[in-house]
Structures are given as C-alpha cells and as structure tokens.
Design a protein around this ligand. Structure first.
Ligand code: B4P
Length: 200
C-alpha cells in the first residue's frame, strides 16, 4: 500500500500534483484544504469556525482537522477500492503528525513517504496571487498569503524533521513545468513500488 504525504509551502503545487498522482496510482486523495472549503460551503457551524481561521491565513485547530480527516477516510474508503492514500495539506503541525501516526496505525498501515515540493518564495507568491484572480478564495490575497507563509515556516516546516528521523523524507524540485515536476514525483514513487514488489 502506498500512503503518501504531499508536503510543501502554500502554493507549492500539492493539490495540482495530487490530482495527477491519484489518477496514475489509484490513490484516495484527501485534501484537508478541500475538506475545509466543503465544510464552509455547506454553511455548517464547523465551517463557520474554519472560515474564521482560513480567511486570516491561520491554521484551523489541530483537534478539528484531525476529526474531519478521520471521518473523511472512513467515509471515502467505503465508496471505493484504492492502492493507498495521498494526504495533501496534512499534517501541517507536529501535533498533527503525531495524531496521524495513531490514525493510520489503527487501520494497520504506515506512512510510506513524505514528498516535499520545494519552490522559491517569490514563485509561491506569484502563483497564489494569480490563482486569487479567479479562485474566489478568501485566502488568496497578498496580505493573507504572507501570513500563510509565516505560519508555514513557524508551524508546518518542523513536520519535515519528524519524517526525516524516520527516513521517510524526500525533497522534490517543485519549480518549473507541472508535467516535469510530475515526472520527478513518479520517479520517486516508482522506485518505492519496485522495492515493495521485490520485498513481497
Ligand atoms: P490548502 O488548500 O492546502 O492550500 P494551499 O497550500 O494553498 O495549496 P497547494 O499547495 O495545494 O497549491 P496548489 O496546487 O493549489 O490550504 C488552505 C488553508 O486551509 C490553509 O491555509 C489553512 O488555513 C487550512 N488548512 C488546510 N489543511 C490544514 C491542516 N491540516 N491544519 C490546519 N489548517 C489547515 O497550487 C497553487 C497555485 O499554483 C494553483 O493556482 C496552481 O494552478 C498553480 N501551480 C501549481 N503548480 C504550478 C507550476 N508548476 N507552475 C505554475 N503554477 C503552478
């Protein structure tokens, strides 16, 4: 089973690459950003709370996102057969990484690899400002983007060390053409798949 974390700063292309990866490897794609935006669109109480954090460029509280993700895995796995999962935008704090450990173990699985999409900060800002012109997302404006990048460096980047210690960390050059980045991602996943096939 392939259980992949796609990691990186806001705008690094996590969602973009996840869409390609899930198709090629038949993985269940779980984007916490998408789950939160769906909750906001539904007008639920949870959505209102989430909106108050996201619109300020802050992370929503760990307990809230962990519960949302746990429920989503349960629900979505009932409706399809997959070769694993791709986690997009989760974990975003060390506390979330620790919670994920429990969440995945209770399903008798393990995280295979974390893929860290590395992109220069000015390119990140440019991508998100561009997306803001059409996305209608409350967090794709310059002021909020800057806050999101600050939060990323302070709270999210340390998650890397958690997986480096477990030898599950790989950095991917996330700049340039989307297809070229996808090729780099596939090279890493294909090596893991080959190793797993040899081992089994
Ligand atoms: P997310 O939805 O995860 O948003 P993101 O980090 O901005 O997106 P991503 O990196 O996926 O970028 P994308 O591929 O779309 O989170 C939004 C908010 O939700 C967070 O700020 C937080 O408040 C909250 N949240 C989510 N998860 C949470 C958690 N676990 N805990 C707490 N809070 C949480 O790419 C961006 C743009 O670049 C797109 O327009 C794309 O078309 C473009 N692009 C992609 N690759 C490109 C390339 N190679 N070249 C040019 N453009 C490219």
């Amino acid at each position: 089973m392939l259980n992949i974390i796609i990691f990186g700063a806001p705008g690094s292309g996590k969602g973009t690459q996840s869409d390609l990866i899930k198709e090629k490897y038949n993985l269940l794609h779980l984007s916490t950003g998408d789950l939160l935006r769906a909750e906001i669109a539904s007008g639920s109480e949870l959505g209102k709370i989430a909106d108050s954090y996201i619109s300020k460029g802050q992370l929503v509280p760990d307990e809230m996102i962990i519960e949302i993700l746990d429920n989503a895995i349960e629900e979505k796995e009932k409706n399809g057969k997959y070769n694993g999962i791709i986690l997009d935008g989760f974990p975003r704090t060390v506390a979330q990484a620790e919670a994920l450990e429990l969440l995945i173990k209770k399903r008798n699985r393990d995280i295979t690899i974390l893929l860290d999409l590395m992109v220069e900060e000015n390119e990140l800002v440019e991508r998100l400002v561009n997306r803001g012109k059409t996305s209608g997302r409350c967090d794709d404006n310059l002021e909020t983007i800057k806050k999101r990048l600050e939060v990323y460096h302070e709270k999210t980047k340390p998650v890397n060390d958690y997986y480096k210690k477990q030898n599950k960390y790989t950095v991917i050059d996330g700049s340039g053409n989307i297809d070229n980045i996808f090729d780099r991602v596939c090279k890493v996943i294909d090596i893991i798949n080959e190793d797993e096939n040899v081992a089994s």
